[in-house]
Design a binder for this molecule. Structure first.
Ligand code: SF4
Length: 224
């Protein structure tokens, strides 16, 4: 079963956007810049999502099949050890804001990017809540191709093949090199978990603005 969510609600709050910028020095015009951008972007942005209910088969030590499509990743395999049903998905901030530009100055562009990142985050969270509630998962986690060396970006192709043409229906496409357009879009697989998992727990990248959990050497050791 594939479902498209075309009406994802969101409300931009300038104070939240300014906080997400993590500015180290005082920017005198920041409230004006962000306020104007929020007024511009709020009415035009249309974040969307598509997901599917899928089933797992043929588990090996480092691979498994989802609806007959093979994925190779030790971490994914370990996380889905006791799972039979998963939810492949694509979420996008939408083509409506993909080309949005206001001015050439760096700070304005930085703020636009932060707003787009915020919108995709809200949309992903909306989808997660939707799937968790609809399928009574209790708690769910996500893994995304390319977030870990163990599950490379090249496996986006397999993930997109699970969703077929419906991805185009929300204005998203995958390039031959595995990049998703519009750029503020993400793909992944939601799965039920007793203990919340974040790829960031296995990622040593420093200074990542998107970090959602601290690196855990103990967990990294467990997945080896
Ligand atoms: S820390 Fe950053 S790069 Fe690493 S998995 Fe998390 S979001 Fe991705």
């Amino acid at each position: 079963m594939i479902e498209i969510l075309n009406e994802i609600p969101f409300q931009l709050d300038p104070a939240v956007i300014i906080k997400s910028l993590r500015l180290r020095t005082f920017q005198p015009n920041i409230e004006k810049i962000v306020g104007e951008l929020v007024r511009d972007i709020q009415p035009i942005a249309k974040p969307k999502a598509v997901y599917k209910v899928s089933y797992i088969d043929n588990k090996t030590t480092d691979s498994l099949e989802i609806d007959g499509v093979k994925f190779t990743s030790r971490v994914l395999r370990a996380n889905l050890d006791r799972v039979e049903r998963v939810f492949p998905y694509v979420v996008t901030g939408g083509i409506e804001i993909a080309g949005y530009k206001k001015a050439q100055d760096l700070m304005t562009n930085f703020c636009i990017d932060a707003i787009k990142v915020h919108i995709i985050g809200v949309a992903a969270n909306y989808l997660l809540q939707h799937v968790t509630k609809k399928y009574a998962l209790g708690q769910a986690s996500s893994m995304n191709p390319g977030s870990l060396k163990d599950w490379p970006l090249t496996q986006q192709k397999q993930l997109f093949s699970l969703l077929g043409d419906t991805v185009a229906a929300i204005g998203v496409r995958l390039s031959d090199s595995g990049v998703i357009y519009p750029l503020k879009s993400i793909s992944g697989i939601y799965f039920p978990t007793e203990v919340k998992f974040e790829s960031c727990q296995l990622c040593q990248r420093e200074r990542c603005m998107g970090r959602r959990a601290a690196y855990s050497p103990e967990l990294a050791e467990k997945y080896k």
